[in-house]
Design a protein around this ligand. Structure first.
Ligand code: PLP
Length: 434
């Protein structure tokens, strides 16, 4: 990790005292950590679900970003996962932050993020939030409509505004331009209104949607942004910021591979925004940085073999065509709502920590979350060897839009997060800072 440029003292920002990070020394691996944690919980008679947050993975993602998209500065989208270890890792790596609310701005500032490293990237903001941003020196914010411009002119007249445009996101699994973004036909009028209100518009932003499956969406969006820069220039604005949003896949087996999207982005940037020292290019990646870095360990707290009425309930053997229902202690109301709401974005692949795949009989299984609601279901029709109450299941790639969305509905506790880092990465981070 020699070329990571870290920010501030890594020892301070990410220290074990500050965020409970565990340094994996003596060659211990994440799997060792998980095995030990499961044993430890067992000895305490606890079956609490937990996440392991792999800081090495986030650092690797950052290295991949800075080598693959060298012209684009990442402003991590805090909404995706704002747990302390994630935020502190991003601070240590020197990223900026995309905040969507007063609460998110507050959180970033409380960790020492400088206000000029924050973009308030929400186009429809409460007036009190805009005033809060102003009071705390957060000046960069997005807009996409005239009413918002009027609000901003009253609440933060010296804001540095970024016009968010709607782009073609038909090939994204979660489309955002249905809700946000000015259409190209309205840009002229909007910029004219900004002029009248004496507001400073410094750039353009877009978001191709979460889970973008077509890298050409970025090319078209960058071309559209160029068009807006040209209109702005005719109206007397000197734009200096291009924000290419989020939408980058967090894993290599879902959506378009990061390197493939980046190649298209780099080509489009060179074509429409040839190297220009005056222009700052940023992005708002969320999922990219954290999705693959979290693994959830959840416990099978209950099990029900589905019998039909003709059978005796005292059967000892489960026949191969039986269906078994399992109840995990994390689910839709816990941290896993995204898995149910957008199954194509999140492949739900639970596995046993010590699986002896292949040799065992598998049964059709339904996996439920723990609450009393029947929509709290994680999967239908999943094939698993027979599990027992007290078994653990692991689910990888659970870092994006999971813990940040969770609730404690029904009184089930929120899933605890254990951040870990290998001694090697820990030293590399600290050395690169020294
Ligand atoms: N920026 C904005 C304005 C968003 O709304 C979102 C997600 O909803 C993101 C960035 C992060 O997107 P992703 O996690 O797909 O990178």
């Amino acid at each position: 990790a020699a070329c990571v440029t870290t920010n501030g003292s890594v020892l301070n920002v990410l220290s074990p005292e500050n965020c409970d990070i565990e340094i994996l020394d003596n060659g211990r691996t994440i799997n060792d950590f998980i095995d030990n944690k499961i044993k430890e919980l067992g000895s305490e008679d606890s079956e609490q679900p937990f996440y392991v947050a792999n800081v090495d993975d986030m650092v690797k993602k950052h290295l991949r970003w800075i080598t693959t998209l060298p012209r684009v500065k990442p402003f991590y989208a805090l909404k995706c996962n704002s747990s302390p270890a994630v935020l502190r890792t991003m601070i240590a790596l020197g990223t900026g932050f995309d905040c969507a609310s007063k609460g998110e701005i507050q959180l970033a500032l409380s960790l020492g993020v400088s206000p000029d490293k924050i973009i308030y990237a929400h186009t429809t903001k409460a007036r009190s939030y805009i005033k809060y941003a102003r009071t705390h020196g957060v000046n960069m914010m997005t807009f996409d409509n005239e009413d918002e411009l009027v609000k901003i002119s009253l609440c933060h007249p010296t804001a540095r505004l970024v016009l968010r445009i709607a782009v073609d996101d038909t090939d994204s699994l979660r489309r955002l331009s249905l809700k946000f973004g000015a259409t190209l036909g309205t840009v002229d009028k909007l910029l004219g209104r900004a002029r009248e209100l004496d507001l400073d518009v410094i750039g353009v932003s877009f978001h191709v949607g979460s889970g973008c499956t077509e890298s050409s969406a970025f090319k078209q969006a960058i071309a559209d942004a160029r068009h807006v820069f040209d209109i702005a220039s005719l109206l007397g604005f000197q734009m200096s910021l291009l924000d290419i949003g989020g939408g980058f896949s967090g894993r290599d087996d879902v959506g378009v591979k990061f390197e493939e999207v980046s190649e298209v982005i780099n080509g489009a940037l060179d074509e429409y925004f040839p190297s220009d020292s005056e222009l700052e290019i940023i992005a708002e990646p969320g999922r990219y940085y954290v999705e693959s870095s979290f693994t959830l360990a959840a416990n099978v707290i209950a099990k029900r073999v589905v019998l039909d009425d003709t059978e005796h309930s005292d059967i000892l053997e489960i026949s191969p065509d039986k269906m078994i229902m399992y109840y995990l202690n994390d689910g839709l109301y816990g941290s896993l709502s995204s898995i149910t709401l957008a199954p194509s974005l999140y492949k739900f692949v639970p596995y046993l920590p010590t699986a002896d795949e292949g040799s065992e009989q598998k049964y059709r299984s339904i996996i439920w979350g723990p609450t009393c609601d029947s929509i709290d279901k994680l999967t239908d029709d999943y094939w698993l060897p027979e599990l027992h109450v007290g078994d653990w299941l692991l689910i990888d790639n659970t870092g994006a839009y999971t813990v940040s969305i969770g609730t404690d509905f029904n009184g089930f506790e929120r899933t605890h997060i254990y951040p870990v880092v290998t001694a090697e990465t820990w030293h590399a981070l600290n050395l690169s800072h020294a």
